[in-house]
Write a protein that binds this ligand. Structure first.
Ligand code: MCU
Length: 408
């Protein structure tokens, strides 16, 4: 975005809508905050079930609660994260259920079988684990949606997660199909990405129950490319046991911000927007359909989704494909970085956009950056992860009208 673009080019009309979607599960959102920091769920007050949304053309302030209270401490930021998780579930992704009544697991021949039961229904699914030829058990592991598209790092196990089996992504007609919906019903509000994140959480539950699988559940990463990269980012946002999130070429619905993508589209870019994406696959809740043509009313954007991951590790890997909106992704993740800066760990988020390669073909010139993140977060080494690079520019004054505090 050329810095000469004045913020006045963005419409600033104030549109107030009253909406009453079902509240997202307070259990899952407050429990997440509890795991993220030492904040107890009781210290965070939940949002009312019905709230009024006010249009905001800028990227939403990560450090002001929905009721206007300023976030000045790390504990309060954990409450803000729980609140943003609730809002994202309400208006974009659907409700994330917590752990079902029963989770059991068995392990045989590198296949982990996960059995879940809830309200008289049960499902079973499997993941396969490929062990590294170096390192020692219990191994850190990266859960790869559809196997992932990154080279397996030395010393790290790779877990092949068949996300399509949990929630289908064939076309909009495949909404409600998959194991998640067999358990919770085909009309459950969760879009496919939320269903997949629930599945990842159950894989980690199962690994915790199964020491014979030889995976260290305190050192789990998640990855996926393209549509599965969007999903990997959502899993990292919702599941606090994931210590490293590696979304690759995720584009709209992943590392791109809806507002920035709409703006670039209005300037003639061939870029995927919210209004386009809902016609493709059931990645989002149907509730999102009501907002795709009034994106400024969303009380969050994808910098907020990314900020749910802080202070844990996030390394965003992007390409240079117009449709995926690399300029939107860079701006969005630059805004997200404020969360890590406020928490005093600015280098726990990295961003790298390198083009001139096929979609989802990880280029060798990003390898040392990926290795630095893997070594720091999965292999407990002291590496330099000060990586934030793009061919594009971002003009904070166009998009950010708030400041980044130093949280105590
Ligand atoms: C980048 O992810 C998607 C994109 O959102 C879709 O519009 C396009 O059809 O497919 C991409 C993808 O998943 O490619 C494998």
């Amino acid at each position: 975005i050329p810095s000469t673009q004045a913020s006045s080019t963005i419409p600033t009309t104030t549109l107030v809508t009253s909406v009453t979607p079902p509240p997202a599960s307070s259990v899952s959102s407050s429990a997440s905050a509890t795991r993220a920091t030492s904040t107890s769920a009781a210290t965070c007050s939940a949002l009312p079930g019905s709230i009024s949304l006010k249009a905001n053309a800028k990227l939403n302030d990560l450090f002001t609660m929905f009721n206007g209270d300023k976030v000045t401490t790390k504990d309060k930021f954990a409450c803000r994260q729980a609140e943003m998780s609730d809002l994202i579930q309400r208006y974009e992704l659907g409700t994330l259920p917590g752990r079902p009544a029963t989770v059991t697991a068995s392990f045989s021949g590198n296949t982990l079988t996960i059995n879940c039961g809830n309200s008289g229904k049960s499902i079973s699914f499997t993941v396969t684990i490929t062990y590294p030829s170096s390192g020692s058990a219990p191994y850190p592991a990266i859960i790869g949606y559809g196997g992932g598209s990154l080279p397996a790092p030395a010393g790290v196990a790779m877990i092949n997660f068949n996300n399509d089996n949990i929630a289908a992504q064939v076309n909009t007609g495949s909404r409600g199909q998959g194991k998640f919906y067999d358990l919770y019903g085909s009309t459950h509000s969760a879009g496919a990405m939320t269903a997949w994140a629930w599945g990842v959480s159950r894989v980690i539950d199962a690994l915790e129950l199964t020491p014979s699988a030889r995976i260290d559940t305190t050192r789990i990463g998640v990855t996926g490319c393209s549509r599965n990269g969007k999903g990997a980012m959502v899993a990292g946002a919702f599941e606090k046991r994931i210590v490293l999130t590696l979304p690759q070429e995720s584009g709209a619905g992943g590392s791109a911000c809806w507002r920035i993508s709409d703006y670039l589209h209005s300037q003639g870019a061939n870029i995927q927007t919210a209004s386009e994406i809902i016609g493709e696959d059931p990645w989002f809740a149907t509730a999102f359909n009501s907002y795709v043509n009034q994106v400024p009313t969303l009380p969050f954007d994808h910098h907020s989704l990314a900020a749910l991951i802080a202070p844990r590790g996030l390394f965003v890997i992007d390409n240079n494909i117009d449709w995926l909106g690399p300029q939107s992704c860079f701006g969005c993740m630059t805004a997200a970085r404020s969360a890590w800066q406020a928490l005093g760990v600015p280098n726990n988020i990295g961003y790298s956009q390198i083009g001139s390669h096929a979609h989802c073909a990880f280029p060798s010139n990003q390898q040392s950056q990926l290795t630095a993140f893997v070594q720091k977060f999965l292999l407990n080494q002291n590496t330099n992860t000060a990586i934030f690079q793009s061919d594009f520019t971002f003009s904070p004054s166009q998009w950010v009208d708030w400041t980044t505090p130093t949280l105590s």
